[in-house]
Design a protein around this ligand. Sequence first.
Ligand code: PMP
Length: 358
Amino acid sequence: MHDLISQLIRPDIRALTAYHVPDPAGLVKLDAMENPYSWPDALKAEWLEVLREVALNRYPDPQGAAVQAAVREAMAIPEDMGLLLGNGSDELIQMLAMAVAQPGRKVLSLDPGFVMYRMIARFAGMDYVGVPLRSEDFSIDLPVMLDAIEREQPALVYLAYPNNPTGNRFDSDDMVRIIEAAPGLVIVDEAYAPFTDCSFLGLLGDWQNLLVMRTVSKMGLAGIRLGYLVGPHAWLEQIDKVRLPYNINVLTQASAAFALKHKPLLDEQARMIRAERQRLHTALSTLNGVHAYPSEANFILMRVGEDRADTIFEGLKDQGILIKNLNGAHPMLDECLRVTVGRAEENAAFLSALTRLL
Ligand code: PMP
């Protein structure tokens, strides 16, 4: 069997390690940028009533018309722009790659950045080019970025706004220069839009190569897997051709349409997360030997002193708290840890466990 595996599975796929998610059982889960709040019981009961009517024996609406309408209304999608739904934004990244991949074609983004841009480029047989951010503050080094675009001529450029795992929001003038210089599509990935006041949604149409990608995951709906791509119809009609027919299942369609009708609750949760982020950042900044980077997302990147990240990560886990260890993930992230903003009591538990370990 092993011979057949090595004959059949592409060498670049064999060389990969599968995306690993640690088992969070019994731990305070502050590793995956989820919204920590649930819904009031009355709202849950109303949602279950909606689900009761869902026909599990039927395929979903292939276009997801009702959920599209709900997304358009709740998220104020410009009327003249198209909307494409994905099974999480991860699937949209995959669709984009499938629609453009050809030998020699490139995906370009900023590093350290969201790992799926690189992973999916590789799955699709494309080359990934990671342009380094400035190491002091993770801002864009514009001349370096413009040079890379000129040299590499990427088919796709991803700009995460705010960026993961660094948490900062790039300068919008730099982004405009990038959009104008790029020979292909530029996708502004606004996964963390609920936690910042800035967006490129209103600028769609100003450049023919700009698309905006969003997700409901960080709004408290990570479990249902729904991402959406917004941009000129002419682009989305092409990308839609590589979408699997029923990519958004019936439970997701019904649940998302329901949840988005209650957007004020999700907005209130995002507001609470922003307030907690401020408190957590202030508290982290007072700790000796911890550098907490500014964040416009629902997580905070921090650098801990010499050779301590692995020990602190394991020590927190021993005390029942799971965060993300980024040490070794990228040369610029040496001794870095990332903590998702949780509920007040979770953040307090994290802070006291961390203080004990320092
Ligand atoms: N973009 C960024 C920048 C992210 O950090 C993430 C998830 N961590 C995603 C996209 C993927 O989101 P989804 O859950 O919609 O697949």
